[in-house]
Design a protein around this ligand. Structure first.
Ligand code: ARG
Length: 467
């Protein structure tokens, strides 16, 4: 197929080179954004006096037509066309004749692709933020519902202190809320127009670039054309936000995988969100959570991949930059699908409250710190109290007796400062209710966290609408 740059060449491109250099097989996803950019560019050309109003109308009508063809899957997109930008221009020339050749006035594919991809990025941020917000909302709702459900809290994956399930769930909601902020910040920082920078040096034509930016809903214009065509920071920011999000999701997944195991037995997955084994008839597996966890691999790799493409690239545009897209598409698809699927997984599973509470209540020594705090309240230095209770703990473990089942006489043998009835007053319920200082696991705090999260979500929503 004839190239847009064919004039200088005497031979046609080797088929191997054509196949190697094409990007249309993946940048076709930029189609709607390419057309959006071109629609704005036509108006800029009219404003600059490079197109008459009538010519402008014709081109706009043609581009609208192409938009429909593209949406209907009727736009020819074969690899000989190199990339989506060429495909759209070709289609335009077919529709409106040689006038279509005026579209590329003062524009290069370098500033064009940088613009298209930013418009796509805004869309991708929108998808991720929408899916993430729903997940945070679900986590906050579950946190509120489970604000009084008792369970063992863990450090080093060893039982540590009682917490509420709501507190545990809300922790993930907070992480993901920060991720939403990261996505929006990535977009905020990317909210500038490259178009009008030409191939690298700017344009000879009197383009009103702020006008173009406004048409595309972008906040500012790149102040340096070399920067405009070679900058890919916005995608690095996006990929980094995606990587942190997927990391958080993988941690949540790990907890859920553990809890779904027979050993924990803290939850029962919904049949619709679990999978089976082709060999073992009894199996019900948490593949959803495992895949969300596993997909962190590709999402991290995408960030590293783009950084590696960018490292050491001289200014300005280099074809290496064509390699930016698949990383971003893949991370955007993966993180949004993970957020959505995780939301469904969580919304449908059933927590086994009795198992959780029993695990906390039957534990022999989960209340050891609470017992030490009783001595602290009597004025004993915490270090000393820690030592005393350490010995009590050993005693309980040897006798398989719970701290809360010790008699006054038994406690007295370790330290005479334990008030009467100390052991009887120890309970998992009381332990969590005592964690009243801001951030603690008490049901009242967890309810407040749910309110806080809702407010944060509303703020995110407001920022998102202004994108
Ligand atoms: N497909 C190319 C890319 O994604 C478009 C820009 C091509 N520019 C060029 N000078 N060959 O980067």
């Amino acid at each position: 197929m004839k190239k847009t740059w064919g004039g200088r060449f005497q031979k046609s491109t080797h088929p191997q080179v054509e196949a190697f250099t094409e990007s249309i097989s993946f940048d076709r996803r930029l189609g709607p954004f390419d057309i959006e950019g071109s629609l704005a560019h036509v108006q800029t050309l009219v404003k600059a006096g490079l197109l008459t109003a009538a010519e402008g109308h014709k081109l706009i009508a043609g581009l609208q037509q192409i938009k429909k063809l593209l949406a209907a899957g009727k736009l020819p997109l074969d690899t000989g066309m190199e990339d989506i930008h060429t495909a759209v221009e070709r289609a335009l020339v077919r529709l409106v004749g040689p006038l279509g050749g005026k579209l590329h006035t003062g524009r290069s594919r370098n500033d064009q692709v940088a613009t298209d991809f930013r418009l796509y990025l805004r869309h991708a941020v929108g998808e991720a933020v929408r899916a993430g917000s729903r997940l945070v909302a679900t986590l906050a709702r579950l946190a509120l519902r489970e604000k009084s459900t008792l369970m063992p809290g863990y450090t080093h994956l060893q039982r540590a202190m009682p917490v509420t399930l709501g507190h545990h769930l809300a922790a993930y909601a907070f992480m993901l809320t920060r991720d939403l902020d990261r996505f929006l910040t990535a977009w905020d920082r990317a909210n500038a127009l490259p178009l009008g920078s030409g191939a690298l040096a700017g344009t000879n034509h009197p383009f009103d670039r702020l006008f173009t930016a406004k048409k595309l809903g972008l906040k500012s214009v790149f102040q340096n054309s070399l920067d405009a065509v070679s900058d890919r920071d916005a995608y690095v920011d996006f990929l980094s936000a995606a990587a942190v999000t997927q990391m958080h999701l993988s941690r949540l997944s790990e907890d859920l995988v553990l809890w779904a195991s027979h050993e924990f037995g803290f939850l029962e997955m919904d049949d619709a969100f679990a999978t089976g084994s082709s060999l073992m008839p009894q199996k019900k597996n948490p593949d959803v959570a495992e895949l969300v966890r596993g997909k962190a691999g590709r999402v991290f790799a995408n960030l590293m991949g783009l950084l590696t493409v960018l490292k050491g690239l001289p200014l300005a545009y280099n074809r290496d930059l064509q390699e930016d897209k698949e990383f971003v598409f893949d991370s955007a698809d993966t993180v949004t699908a993970s957020l959505k699927t995780m939301e469904g997984f969580l919304a449908t599973l059933r927590f086994n409250r009795e198992r959780m509470e029993r695990a906390a209540d039957r534990d022999l020594t989960l209340l050891a710190t609470d017992l030490a705090d009783v001595l602290v309240q009597q004025g004993m230095p915490f270090r000393k109290a820690h030592e005393v209770v350490g010995r009590v703990v050993r005693y309980c473990l040897e006798r398989e007796k719970r701290l809360q089942d010790l008699t006054d006489a038994e406690l007295d043998r370790f330290c005479r400062f334990f008030p009467k009835g100390t052991a009887r007053r120890l309970s998992v319920f009381r332990s969590v209710h005592q964690k009243k200082a801001v951030g603690g696991t008490s049901p009242k705090n967890v309810a407040q966290q749910a309110v806080f999260l809702k407010k944060e979500l509303a703020k995110i929503q407001k920022r998102f609408l202004k994108l």
